[in-house]
Every structure is written in structure tokens, then in C-alpha cells.
Design a protein around this ligand. Sequence first.
Ligand SMILES: [Zn+2]
Length: 108
Amino acid sequence: MTKSHHCLSCGTEIQVANSGRPRRYCSAACRQAAYRARALVAAAADRTALAELAVRLRDNADRLWLISQGWSPPGDGTALDTLLTDTVAVAEEMFRLGDGMRDGTSPD
Ligand SMILES: [Zn+2]
């Protein structure tokens, strides 16, 4: 006896034998299309994260410039250390994300 369900990519009905692992896609083309769609979503999420990190880096650069001009950030004197530590963390995260994007799809 068989039962059926629908391809997760195109919706075509797939007959499934009772034994064995059910196929999620009707064809290799649909499996590929689903993979590409997931990769596009992941790349878009990486670009959003990268843009947010760029804004944070820009904010840090502005504060560092102000400090270089003699401005003292409010607080207990650890603001510069915190700022530099955060800037390094942002740069490392941007590098990691950029590395993944170079391995994957181009942004356009
Ligand atoms: Zn399909």
C-alpha cells in the first residue's frame, strides 16, 4: 500500500511506499531549488547582520574620533577599553560573515 504527500518545493503529489524514508521533493531539480532558496535566505540574513555590524563599527569610530579630539566619555574610565574590545569583536564578526559570503553566493 502507498500513501502520498506533496513536494515541499513545487507541491506535486508524491507517492510514498510504506517502507523507507519518505522523499521531501519530487525531483532533483526541486531539491536543488529548495537548497538555493535556503542559501538565498541565509545570504540575505548575513547581509543584514553585516549592515548592522557596519553601523556599530561606524558608531565606535565616531566615539574614537571624539576621544582623539579630547572628549571624555562618561563613566568610570573603562569606556575606552570597552569601546576598543567591542570594535575588535565587531571587526572579527564582520570578517567571519564576509568569509562565509565569499564562499557562498555573491551579493548581487
Ligand atoms: Zn517538486
